[in-house]
Write a protein that binds this ligand. Structure first.
Ligand code: ASP
Length: 439
């Protein structure tokens, strides 16, 4: 029998009805043995998240302002959930302990971690599963970074002794036993660590959307969800602005070659998106793309110089100028006598004139042009490298839509074609490419 570790995000545990969905999901598959809950999140758009309320309580105390009102809001949320689920646990007791700790000046990390802790206590009771405090199995090093090896060893030992368990997300403990949280949204990483520690076959990340979408739905309305994506494709899409699980969050499972399945608590029959290690989909030339992502606000600095190709060190000088100004470059397409660098506006703003002066002096180009307000669009697909005509479809679609392509860059990974267009053409270009592959 396989083993699945399931992480549920804040909206999946926002009220008692959501807790019931979570239990139904867990009980429908005996392979789902370990669960990592978040703190209750928003029930509606304007609803506060428990974690935000906890941070607010803590800052009230540091500013010597009474926090009872804010605390009451979060306490009522938990009491209501516990009461509606009919759990045996008297949640008022741990709530009172948390309130006292806040009043006594507990750290922000400790206070924020109680969101997951309390939600884990309720869930464990509701499921009838053992509760394992994350502080006992997830560890940070002296430097304050995750101590992955120690955490994996502790989890492996603990989880090996129990058929099921609830391990709250978002926090662990430092070398001297203090509670420490990850950055916001950190339950994703907790789930990935638990999955790696349990040597799970799949890490299920349950949220409120049916997986990752092929394009930003605000730009491409009705964009379909992605069935399968490799870790590498995901990295390319995330770099270009697709909001997905961030790198840090999946690195423990990626390292262990464990697939991640992003699922929707509110649509549990939808298979969601499967994020797979490269070797699981080798030769999986689908003939289509996996997704499109893009970002606006880049500047292209383009140089031309006769016989550039014969000038040793030209590229180094150009990139050296950027380096000396502390500007990171995103892409560097080049031709025989041309070379350009693409930089994010946020990186070059305020420095452009000085950078151009230095480029003129160091590189002595015949021509130096600047193209501001550019957008980059990445069309990503693992099948692209082996199937002829994929690039033609991208360029054909853009031509038909009347979009002028200012720059083309196909990374050597061959799973990504990047085009640069005017900011004002961004939306049109995204829709045209999506339409060419998905219809
Ligand atoms: N509750 C924490 C937050 O809101 C962690 C999480 O949900 O992943 O950031």
């Amino acid at each position: 029998m396989g083993l699945k570790v399931c992480k549920f995000g804040g909206t999946s545990l926002a009220d008692s009805a959501q807790f019931r969905k979570v239990r139904a999901i867990l009980e429908s598959d005996p392979e789902r043995r370990f669960v990592v809950p978040s703190a209750p999140g928003k029930r509606t758009k304007d609803d506060p998240k428990i974690t935000d309320l906890l941070y607010l309580c803590q800052t009230h105390v540091t500013q010597k302002v009474p926090f009872d009102e804010v605390f009451r809001l979060l306490a009522e949320r938990y009491e209501q959930i516990a009461c509606e689920l009919g759990v045996k646990l008297d949640i008022r007791k741990p709530l009172a302990e948390v309130k006292k700790a806040i009043a006594d000046g507990a750290t922000a990390d400790y206070v924020a971690s109680r969101g997951e802790y309390l939600s884990g206590l309720i869930l464990a009771d509701f499921l009838g599963w053992p509760f394992i405090d994350a502080a006992e199995v997830i560890f940070f090093s002296r430097q304050g970074t995750l101590d992955l090896d120690r955490s994996l060893a502790a989890l492996h030992a603990r989880l090996g002794k129990t058929p099921q368990a609830v391990v709250p997300g978002f926090y662990g403990s430092t070398h001297d036993g203090k509670v420490k949280t990850f950055s916001r949204g950190g339950s994703d990483i907790s789930g990935a660590i638990v999955a790696a520690g349990a040597k799970a076959d799949v890490y299920e990340n349950w949220t409120d959307v049916s997986g990752l979408l092929m394009a930003d739905p605000r730009v491409v309305p009705g964009a379909k969800s992605i069935g399968k994506v490799t870790y590498r494709e995901l990295r390319e899409l995330a770099y270009m602005g697709a909001t997905v699980l961030h790198d840090e969050a999946i690195f423990p499972v990626r390292r262990a070659a464990i697939p991640v399945n992003v699922r929707n608590t509110n649509a549990p029959d939808h298979s969601g998106t499967l994020i797979l290690p490269e070797e699981h989909v080798r030769n999986d030339a689908t003939g289509t793309i996996t997704g499109i992502a893009g970002r606006k606000d880049f500047t292209v600095i383009a140089l031309e110089k006769a016989m550039m190709n014969a000038e040793i060190g030209f590229g180094r000088k150009l990139l050296g100028v950027l380096e000396s100004h502390g500007v990171s470059f995103e892409h560097c397409p080049s031709g025989i006598d041309t070379m350009s660098v693409v930089v994010a506006d946020a990186a070059i703003n305020g420095k452009l004139d000085a950078v151009l002066d230095d480029i003129r002096r160091e590189c002595q180009p015949d021509d130096l042009d600047v193209y501001p307000q550019m957008a980059l669009i990445a069309t990503v697909g693992r099948g692209m490298a082996y199937i002829p005509g994929m690039a033609a479809r991208v360029f054909g679609a853009l031509a038909q839509a009347g979009v002028n392509i200012r720059m083309i860059d196909q990374g050597s990974s061959e799973i990504n074609i990047i085009v640069g267009v005017q900011n004002s053409d961004f939306e049109k270009a995204m829709r045209a490419i999506y339409g060419a592959f998905v219809g």
